[in-house]
Design a protein around this ligand. Structure first.
Ligand code: HEM
Length: 136
């Protein structure tokens, strides 16, 4: 049997974070369900969005604190539901499993899943509240 060559790497530094973020949003931008949502909101500002996401994942995974935003806020207004979140998480997990191995890779998947769950829950809550206000 051919010895298998492990091409996947551990997440060690900013270059790995950039590879993760660039690959993931590359997939998002090709995805029929997610691309329109991102494009409508981000438009020509993809470079700035990616910079923000490098900082976000650098902070979460490398504990180098370069992100100082509030990650949920911009999602509250998006028209997204369970199908979108499931797709987002699916592409994220696929990206990690293709590129990386190790503890940080596992942590990245775990964090992404947990945050997606939280965002989905909060989104549904805000939507219900605003329907109550509109609908009386
Ligand atoms: C279906 C799922 C999702 C969609 C469609 C989505 C879409 C977006 C969009 C359009 C923006 C840009 C908003 C703006 O600049 O006005 C954004 C920002 C962001 N997203 Fe998501 N997102 C999703 C899930 C997630 C998840 C699960 C995470 C975290 C693991 C995440 C992390 C972030 C962060 C950190 C920002 C930057 C926030 C800031 O401005 O500081 N997103 N997202």
């Amino acid at each position: 049997m051919e010895p298998s060559i492990e091409r996947r790497q551990t997440i060690e530094g900013l270059a790995d974070i950039k590879l993760l973020v660039d690959t993931f949003y590359g997939k998002v931008r090709q995805d029929a369900l997610l691309a329109p949502i991102f494009n409508e909101r981000i438009g020509a500002h993809w470079p700035q969005h990616l910079e923000k996401l490098y900082k976000f994942w650098q902070t979460v995974l490398l504990k180098e604190h370069t992100y100082f935003g509030s990650p949920f806020t911009p999602h509250a207004l998006l028209e997204i539901d369970h199908t979108h979140f499931r797709k987002w998480v699916g592409l994220f997990v696929e990206t990690i499993d293709t590129l990386f191995v190790g503890e940080r890779a596992e942590e990245a998947k775990w964090r992404a899943q947990k945050m997606a769950e939280m965002f989905e829950y909060k989104n549904a809550y805000y939507r219900k509240e605003s329907e109550k206000r509109v609908g009386g």
